[in-house]
Write a protein that binds this ligand. Structure first.
Ligand code: ATP
Ligand code: MG
Length: 368
C-alpha cells in the first residue's frame, strides 16, 4: 500500500499549493495542523477493488493524520436506490467488518453509521436553502443513476449531494478522501459551504478539500475499461470484490479486456484503457509507481504476463483482509458496539456545528 516516493505525491488536494504558499509567506498565520478528515462509504453490495484502492486504503492512511479522522457508513445514501431493508442491516455489519479488517482501528478513528446521528438529515434540510436545484440536476451521478432506474427515480437520488455536503460540513472537515467520481460532488459541497457562509455572514462552515489518489482514483471495470468499476451498474465479471476467493480474483483478472495491439505493448496510454488499468492496479497493489511496473515488465512476453503478475499482487493485498473479515463478521454485537461508540463521538461534534448553524439561521429560541 506504499506510495511512489516523496517526489511524486500520492494524493491530489484542492488547496494544497495555496496552503503551503501561505505558510511560507506568513508563517504564523497558518500553523501546521492536523486536519479533520471525513469520508463516507455506502453499505451497498460488496465493496470492490475500486472502493478499496480509491477510498478504503486512503482512510487507513488518514487515521493517524486526522484529528479526528471520521468514517461514516452512509446507510441514508444507500436508500436512494431500490433496496431490501433486511439486507441493509446486514450490509452495514458487512462493511463495518470490512473496514476494520482493512486496517481501520476504532480506537484511532471515529467509525459510525450515518442514520445514528440525526444531525446529518437536519443539516441536509438547512443546506437545501442555499443549494440550487439546477446544480443538483446537472450532477453526473444523478443523471447516470436516474437513467439506470427502471421504476421510481427517488428525489433522494437528486438530493444525494446535499446530504453528502451535510455529512462533511457537520464535522467542519478539512479533507475528504474520495475517488475521482466524487470530484463533482465535492465542488458542489464547497460552493454550498461558501454560499452558506456569505449568506449568513460568518465563516462558520469549513470549505473542505478533496483528497484524491494520484494513482488508482478511477479503477475501471475489467470487462468495460471505459467505465469505472462500480457497485451499481458494473459487470459482474469485470468487478473484483475485496472478499472474492483468490481463484475468482485470478480468473477475473486473467479475463480482463485489453487490446489487439500487435505486438502487445505494456504501457500507460489513454488509447489503451484496459492495459493502463491493470498497470495502475498492480502499481497500487505492489506499492510502486506505474512507471516501475512498466519497467519491471519490460521483458514480458505479452498481456498474459501482465495479468498473471497483477492477479498475484492483488491476491497478496486482499487475502489478509478476507481472513480478518471472517473473524470480525462473526461477532455482530461487537460490530454494533463499535458503531454505537463511534456515533456518540460523532454526535458530540456534529451537535456543536448544528447549534451554530441554527443560531445564525435564527431557528429555535434566541440564544440566552
Ligand atoms: P455506486 O456505483 O453505487 O455509486 P460505488 O462503487 O461508487 O457505488 P460508493 O460507496 O459510492 O461505491 O463509493 C465509495 C468510495 O469509493 C468513494 O470515495 C468513491 O469515490 C470510491 N470509488 C468508487 N468507485 C471507484 C473506482 N472505480 N475507482 C476508485 N475509487 C472508487
Ligand atoms: Mg459511488
Amino acid at each position: 500500500m506504499g506510495g511512489s516516493g516523496r517526489d511524486s505525491p500520492r494524493f491530489n488536494c484542492a488547496n494544497d499549493g495555496l496552503r503551503e504558499n501561505l505558510r511560507r509567506l506568513v508563517p504564523n498565520t497558518l500553523p501546521p495542523r492536523m486536519p479533520v478528515i471525513f469520508s463516507g462509504i455506502q453499505p451497498t453490495g460488496t465493496k470492490h477493488l475500486g472502493n478499496y484502492i480509491g477510498a478504503i486504503r486512503q482512510y487507513v492512511e488518514g487515521q493517524d493524520r486526522g484529528d479526528p479522522a471520521i468514517f461514516c457508513i452512509v446507510d441514508l445514501h444507500a436508500i436512494t436506490n431500490p433496496y431490501d431493508p433486511a439486507e441493509l442491516r446486514r450490509s452495514v455489519y458487512d462493511l463495518t467488518a470490512l473496514l476494520v479488517a482493512s486496517g481501520l482501528d476504532p480506537a484511532r478513528c471515529v467509525l459510525f453509521r450515518q442514520s445514528d446521528v440525526k444531525e446529518h438529515t437536519e443539516l441536509c434540510w438547512l443546506l437545501a436553502s442555499v443549494t440550487a436545484t439546477g446544480e443538483l440536476n446537472r450532477m453526473h451521478q444523478f443523471r447516470d443513476k436516474s437513467v439506470a432506474q427502471r421504476e421510481l427515480v427517488s428525489s433522494g437520488l437528486l438530493f444525494y449531494p446535499v446530504l453528502q455536503a451535510a455529512d462533511v460540513l457537520a464535522y467542519r472537515a478539512h479533507e475528504v478522501p474520495v475517488g475521482e467520481d466524487q470530484r463533482e460532488h465535492l465542488e458542489l459541497m464547497r460552493d454550498v459551504a461558501r454560499r452558506f457562509n456569505s449568506r449568513f455572514g460568518e465563516e462558520l462552515l469549513v470549505v473542505p478539500d478533496h483528497r484524491i489518489p494520484v494513482v488508482g482514483a478511477r479503477i475501471m471495470d475489467l470487462q468495460n475499461p471505459d467505465r469505472k468499476m462500480s457497485t451499481t451498474g458494473g459487470s459482474e465479471e469485470g468487478t473484483v470484490y475485496v472478499l472474492d476467493e483468490p481463484k475468482v480474483i485470478e480468473k477475473k483478472i486473467k479475463r480482463a479486456v485489453t487490446d489487439a495491439d500487435d505486438p502487445p505493448r505494456i504501457a500507460k496510454d489513454p488509447a489503451k484503457p484496459g492495459v493502463s488499468n491493470l498497470i495502475d492496479i498492480m502499481a497500487v497493489a505492489r506499492g510502486v509507481s506505474p512507471e516501475q511496473v512498466v519497467a519491471d515488465l519490460a521483458q514480458a512476453r505479452g498481456y498474459g504476463d501482465l495479468k498473471a503478475a497483477t492477479a498475484e499482487a492483488v491476491i497478496a493485498m486482499l487475502a489478509p483482509v478476507k481472513v480478518r473479515y471472517e473473524e470480525l463478521r462473526a461477532d455482530e454485537a461487537a460490530l454494533e458496539q463499535i458503531l454505537a461508540s463511534g456515533a456518540e463521538k460523532a454526535r458530540s461534534i456534529a451537535a456543536q456545528t448544528l447549534a451554530d448553524v441554527r443560531r445564525v439561521m435564527a431557528l429555535g429560541p434566541p440564544p440566552s
